[in-house]
Each structure stands twice: as structure tokens, then as C-alpha cells.
Design a protein around this ligand. Structure first.
Ligand code: GTP
Ligand code: MG
Length: 137
């Protein structure tokens, strides 16, 4: 597919890094298809991350993702999912490569600046969680 889904996480929004992150995304050749600002409840964050509900960090993840507003976006580019995972870098900023979004903006594994879908199927599911059909063009 040529689309993926991302969110700028609460700590990065709070630190005024929305613009810096979008700059890196656009410079890497992604087009923003849909974008808004949303405040999740912990319960809604839990629904979004339901696949992780058995993981030890699930409760912390739900709190971190509902600590403040996020910026969900649908992005378009050839090979979008894989290319965006490469642009964001490793989950743990200590392992993130130079030039990646997480290298520049992540603070920890939990506060790691952005989310990026891990498959075409999940990109579709995650996009539909936040955006109706008329918002996706
Ligand atoms: P996403 O793009 O956000 O899905 O990150 P990812 O695919 O690199 O990581 P994964 O899907 O395995 O985990 C989802 C999110 O849970 C990560 O982005 C982290 O914010 C968080 N997370 C993963 N591992 C840990 C951990 O060991 N501790 C904490 N606190 N959070 C974690
Ligand atoms: Mg993931």
C-alpha cells in the first residue's frame, strides 16, 4: 500500500515539536493525507493499543498516550509503512539511528515521539480508528 498511519505523541506535542516532526516527515517525501489534534482518554488509548494488552508496559502506555493531546495523521508515499518505520527509527531511542525522528525527539521507550503502523493491514485499521471516510482524501 502507499499509505501509513502515525501519531505525534503527547510529550512531543507538549514540547512544541509538532512542526519539527512534520518537517522531517515532509522532507522524507511523505504527503499528509489527514491530520487533527485529539485528546484520548486512557480507555480509548487502551482500545487503540489492544494488541499490547498482555504486555507489561500496557498500563503505562495507556497513561502516556492519554497524558495530553496527540496529532494523528495518515501519510502517503510509495512503500509508506516500511519507509516510515525506517524514518522513525528504533522503539528505544538509545538504539535509534542518526537522522531518525526518534533519535532527535524521543526521550525514552515510552516517550518515543511518534507511532508508526507496522503493516498495511494495521495502517488501515489505525487510520479508521481516528478518521472517517470523508477525512481521508
Ligand atoms: P509504535 O510505532 O508506537 O507501535 O512503536 P513500535 O512499533 O516501535 O513498538 P511496539 O509496537 O512494540 O510498542 C508500542 C509502544 O509501546 C512503543 O512505541 C512504546 O511507546 C511502548 N513500549 C514498547 N516497549 C516498551 C517498554 O519496554 N516500556 C515502555 N514504557 N513502553 C514501551
Ligand atoms: Mg508498534
Amino acid at each position: 500500500s502507499n499509505k501509513t498511519f502515525t501519531m505525534v505523541k503527547p510529550h512531543a506535542v507538549a514540547d512544541n515539536n509538532i512542526g519539527g516532526i512534520i518537517q522531517m516527515i515532509e522532507t522524507a517525501g511523505f504527503r499528509i493525507v489527514a491530520m487533527k489534534k485529539v485528546l484520548l482518554t486512557s480507555e480509548n488509548a487502551g482500545k487503540f493499543y489492544e494488541v499490547h494488552k498482555e504486555r507489561p508496559f500496557y498500563a503505562e502506555l495507556c497513561e502516556t498516550m492519554s497524558a495530553g493531546p496527540i496529532i494523528p495523521m495518515i501519510l502517503e508515499k510509495e512503500n509508506a509503512v516500511a519507509d516510515f518505520r525506517a524514518l522513525i527509527g528504533s522503539t528505544d531511542p538509545a538504539d535509534a539511528a542518526e537522522g531518525t525522528i526518534r533519535k532527535k525527539y524521543a526521550k525514552s521507550k515510552g516517550e518515543n515521539a511518534v507511532h508508526g503502523s507496522d503493516s498495511d493491514e494495521n495502517a488501515q485499521i489505525e487510520s479508521s480508528f481516528f478518521f472517517s471516510g470523508i477525512e481521508q482524501f
